[in-house]
Design a protein around this ligand. Structure first.
Ligand code: SDX
Length: 433
């Protein structure tokens, strides 16, 4: 069978480059252009990496046109319905669903590492009382790199695996501590008798003055949310973790770098931006005015929670999380003010029928619903992106692990299209105009 190739010809010099075509399990075939510079003296140019494959991966596959998302081959809908976040963590890390024995051992390994060194607790006091929790998360996650010297031989798969478990285990503790610091409540230690999500909610909402019993509906809603946010191929924050990791940086620092990228409102900051937008819209009656602003090219306003770089169909996660959102809203006590939720549901209804959004395939994405769920769970808007990072931490560290054992592993170093000044000589300041 002939090796599939693509011939690229420079019509100025007549030179050609025979580029191998790489065939995936699913998705578009990929042109391997690594010899293009050698053959033609040219780079490829793809700002925003719209059509660039940065790596070989077997963790997640998403089809933007078909609205499909698989983790290690398992459809996200099935994982959200039947699995748990910790089981999905095992699947992303090791490639297979665990046997009961494997899962129990993994769960113990994670629980056993859920606490952080006491000195980490003193780090928070260095932050302003009203610091954005993401500014704290970036700091404390990066600081963990100073606590685990004995397990940072990145060439040792055992150390890499231990680091992955530590990241998954400590993220809930750090996230809850950020919240407690912000509201001036004492930190709550992890309780190893609780499940992963219950333990997180307990660290968030229990305090010495009363006993906290997590609502099973809330626990399941958060479990599904974390599963839906676990990994998403080579998104901006995951690409940041890979690029930092490709230089051999400390893995905790790489996760902190991913956290920085996730903070952007065009990425993980969108769920918080959705709530700010809903608060600005205030009531369903104001929606037409904001829809008009979203269409106005002279207005920078965009509908937060709508659109996606890859999904030009409904985000499959949105279908799942939309049901969780509606179920949770239906479960809320009668006295809860649902104005915000009514505005969100009306906005969703109007936007999905609007030609502008249909034409541009701008559907509600996972962030549109996750903000509403988190609000309904009593989690403040400032913590929304932290919650996204809590779910995505396993995706970041799983992709880092995969990169560290990739035979093609090398430092990432993109090139550029230089459009600056031509060579010129220095002019002493006395001679400048
Ligand atoms: C996440 O990569 C991932 O996988 C990300 C993520 C993950 O799990 O990691 O899925 C999580 O980041 C989800 C996206 C969350 N962001 C938002 O909800 C912010 C609002 N959305 C937009 O900023 C935007 O849709 C992006 C950034 C998500 C995608 O931008 P693209 O693909 O670069 O699209 P574009 O900017 O080229 O827009 C195409 C057209 C433009 O109009 P025209 O110039 O063609 O007339 O659609 C318009 C845009 O103006 N448009 C919007 C819009 N998003 C795009 N118009 C109004 N509201 C919007 N939200």
């Amino acid at each position: 069978m002939t090796t599939p190739t693509v011939t690229i010809t420079d019509n100025i010099t007549g030179k050609t480059s025979e580029c191998p075509v790489l065939v995936p399990t699913y998705g578009p075939r990929v042109i391997d252009t690594k010899d293009l510079y050698k053959d033609l003296g040219m780079f490829t140019h793809d700002p925003g990496f719209m059509t660039t494959s940065a790596c070989r991966s077997s963790i997640t596959y998403l089809d933007g046109d078909e609205g499909k998302l698989f983790h290690r081959g398992y459809p996200i809908e099935q994982l959200a319905e039947h699995s748990s976040y910790l089981e999905v963590c095992y699947l992303l890390l090791y490639g297979e669903l665990p046997t009961r024995t494997q899962f129990e051992e993994f769960e113990y390994q994670v629980k056993f590492r859920s606490n952080v060194h006491e000195r980490v607790n003193h780090m928070y006091s260095g932050y302003m009382y009203d610091a954005h929790p993401m500014s704290i998360m970036v700091g404390v996650m990066g600081a963990l790199s100073s606590y685990y010297h004995e397990a940072l031989d990145l060439k040792d798969p055992v150390d890499r695996d231990l680091t992955a478990k530590r990241v998954i285990a400590k993220m809930p503790t750090l996230a809850a501590q950020c919240y407690k610091y912000a509201i001036g409540h004492p930190f709550v230690y992890p309780n190893n008798s609780l499940g992963y999500v219950e333990n997180f909610l307990n660290m968030m909402f229990s305090h010495p003055m009363s006993t906290y019993i997590p609502d099973p509906v809330a626990v399941r809603a958060l479990e599904v949310m974390l599963i839906l946010h676990a990994d998403h191929e080579q998104n901006a924050s995951t690409s940041t973790v890979r690029l930092a990791g490709s230089a051999g940086a400390n893995p905790f620092a790489c996760i902190a770098a991913g956290m920085v990228t996730l903070w952007g409102p065009a990425h993980g900051g969108a769920n918080e931006a959705v709530l700010h937008m809903l608060n600005e819209i205030k009531t369903p009656e104001n929606i037409p005015k904001f829809i008009a602003r979203a269409k106005d090219k002279n207005d920078t306003f965009r509908l937060m929670g709508f659109g996606h770089r890859v999904y030009k169909n409904f985000d499959p996660r949105s279908r799942v999380i939309r049901k969780v959102c509606h179920d949770l809203l239906g479960h809320m006590p009668a006295n809860v003010n649902t104005r915000l939720f009514d505005t969100a549901m009306t906005l969703e209804e109007i936007a999905v029928k609007d030609e502008y959004f249909i034409e541009r395939k701008l559907y509600p994405n996972v962030d549109f619903y996750s903000g509403i769920i988190l609000k309904a769970l009593g989690i403040p808007e400032s913590m929304f992106t932290v919650m996204f990072g809590l779910g995505r931490a396993v995706g970041w560290i799983a992709q880092w692990l995969e990169m560290m054992q990739d035979p093609d592993f090398r430092i990432g170093r993109p090139r550029q299209l230089y459009v600056g000044s031509r060579q010129r000589d220095y002019v002493p300041i006395e001679q400048r105009g």
